[in-house]
Design a binder for this molecule. Structure first.
Ligand SMILES: Nc1nc2c(ncn2[C@@H]2O[C@H](COP(=O)(O)OP(=O)(O)OP(=O)(O)O)[C@@H](O)[C@H]2O)c(=O)[nH]1
Length: 298
């Protein structure tokens, strides 16, 4: 299972366990009301939310630098509210001056809390379906969502999109079987993602097609990077069962211009890729805005 899936699953597990802990907490609350003299920090103290099991889990998460901090902050707010309304209620009960509104507020805070948890879980579920289960790469949906901001933040260093497609991949499946074909796809994904910079990204576009978004100041630099990736893959030996499988790919490379849509860029890269396939495969075709292509290969 890939790292991103593991992270998401761990978070969901943590959320569920911590929610379970609140059921236990509710039982403790009943015990507390029954006996009255038990000192339970997660119920009685001013900062009860920090003492409960969920509070511990949440605080550890909030200390980490995460993309989903907004969800966690919302949950934190609602969680604090649960403990505060609970405390107000038990103080009122202790002094025998509890009102119906105290119960209502506690109930509302519990519902708001579970609602925030559900919102976060839905987000995590959506995130999980945005990654490819086979290669662990983000799917095109993530590129669709991030492309606009990526393009706006474009600095002096330009962005290039490389659309690559494995050559004669059908033959790989036919000769070695679909499962070994899967191993080849994983191996290519791992090789390329390990050979690009942290600021660059690779996506599974579909089937045996992938997208790499590269940073380069000019065409020559972008071609050098794309060609290095292509040569690395042509040299790569994938061990699949008793087979050693070698593949090549053809790439369509184009610069991403400011204010361009992903669709425009992809259409251009696709023309370059198609030209590359027609011209014999295992090469990179660079295409400009006037749709002129230039072939690169050893
Ligand atoms: N093993 C495996 N094969 C896949 C996967 N997705 C797509 N494919 C296969 O990729 C192959 C693509 O075949 P084609 O579109 O004919 O292209 P090609 O054989 O690579 O030939 P060219 O692109 O023209 O070089 C098909 O056999 C698909 O079944 C996958 O997830 N796993």
């Amino acid at each position: 299972m890939n790292r991103k899936f593991k992270e998401i699953d761990e978070t969901v597990r943590g959320l569920n366990q911590s929610t379970d802990a609140h059921f236990k907490w509710l039982v403790k609350l009943l015990r507390f009301i029954d006996s009255g003299d038990v000192d339970i920090p997660e119920i009685c103290s001013d900062d009860a939310h920090l003492h409960c099991e969920f509070g511990h889990w949440l605080n550890t998460r909030l200390l980490e630098e995460r993309e989903d901090t907004n969800f966690l902050l919302d949950i934190n707010k609602k969680h604090i509210c649960v403990h505060q309304t609970c405390r107000s209620l038990i103080i009122a009960i202790e002094h025998r001056r509890q009102k119906s509104e105290d119960f209502d507020l506690f109930e509302q805070s519990l519902l708001a809390f579970t609602d925030a948890l559900t919102t976060y879980k839905v987000h995590l579920l959506q995130l999980r379906t945005s990654y490819d289960a086979l290669t662990g790469l983000p799917l095109r949906r993530i590129l669709d969502e991030s492309f606009c901001s990526m393009n706006k933040e474009l600095g002096a260093e330009g962005l290039y999109l490389l659309l690559l497609d494995i050559d004669h991949f059908k033959k790989v499946n036919d000769n070695y079987g679909h499962l070994n074909g899967d191993i080849v796809l994983r191996s290519l994904a791992m090789n390329i993602s390990n050979n690009i910079r942290r600021s660059e990204s690779m996506y599974r576009y579909g089937g045996e097609e992938f997208i790499v978004v590269l940073h380069a100041t000019n065409d020559r630099e972008a071609v050098t990077i794309a060609e290095r990736l292509r040569r690395d893959i042509a040299r790569l030996e994938t061990f699949a069962g008793e087979h050693i499988i070698r593949i090549t790919f053809t790439g369509g490379l184009t610069r991403i211009h400011q204010e361009e849509t992903l669709r425009e860029v992809l259409e251009r890269a696709d023309i370059a890729l198609y030209t590359g396939k027609k011209s014999g495969r295992n090469c990179t075709h660079l295409i400009n805005r006037e749709l002129q292509t230039q072939k690169y290969c050893d």
